[in-house]
Design a protein around this ligand. Sequence first.
Ligand code: FMN
Length: 218
Amino acid sequence: MRLLVISSSPNKEKSSTFVLAKEVLRGFSDEAVEWETIHLCDFKLNFCRHCEECHKKILDCSIKDNVPEILKKMLAADGIILASPNYINQITASMKAIFDRSTHFIHCRRLSDKYIAGVVSSGSGEDKDVLDYIKYYVNTCAAQYSGGVFCKAPITREKIDEAYQLGKKMSLDIKEKSVFPEQMRVIGDKKEHFKKLIERRKEDWPEEYQYWQDKGWL
Ligand SMILES: Cc1cc2nc3c(=O)[nH]c(=O)nc-3n(C[C@H](O)[C@H](O)[C@H](O)COP(=O)(O)O)c2cc1C
C-alpha cells in the first residue's frame, strides 16, 4: 500500500497540522505501508496559467517547476493525506496551487481508485469549511473521502486519538475498497458533466478525448 502525505504548512515537522497527519499515518501501523511526505514549502510551485496544455497533452505543463512530479506521485498513491493549516478559512495558497494545477485529474477522473483524508489545524478550531472544501476537491477528482480531522492548536490527546482512528479507517477503506454510495452519486453526476465537456472540447483537448475513448466512457 502506497501513501502520500501532502503537507502545506511552512512549519514543516513542527507544524500542528503535520503532527496530526502523522497520527493518521500511525493508524496504518498494521499494514505494509510505503509512505512519503511532501512538504510543499520545499518545492517550487507556481500558479496555473490556464494555458490548457495539460488537457491537450496529458499532464504536459508549460510551467517548469516541481508540480508535475507531485501530480505523478499522487497518481501512484493508493491513499493521500491532504494536510493544510486553516489560512483565512481556507486551505493554504500552496495547496490550492496544487489543486488548480491538477484539473486534468478532474476532467479524466484520474483519482478514481484512491482514498483521501483531510487534516486541518487552526487557531480557532473552526475548520468545517476547510475540510468540506478538501472533500469537494477529492470527489471532484473522482476519489472517495475517507474522512477528515481538524484541531484547534495545540493538539489535544482526544484529537490525537481521533486522527489515529481515521488512519485505521482509511487503511481499511483502501484494503476493502469501501464504497460510499452518497459520494459515488456525486462522483457519477460529475462524470456526466465532464463527459459533455470532453465531447464539446474534443478538438481543443485531443489527448483527454482519447483518454475517455480508451476507457470506453464515450
Ligand atoms: C496567513 C494565516 C491565516 C490564518 N487564518 C486563520 C483563520 O482564518 N482561522 C483560524 O482559526 N486560524 C488561522 N490561522 C492560524 C493557523 O491556522 C494556526 O496557527 C495553525 O494551527 C497553523 O498550523 P501549522 O502549525 O500546521 O502551521 C492563520 C494563520 C496564518 C499564518
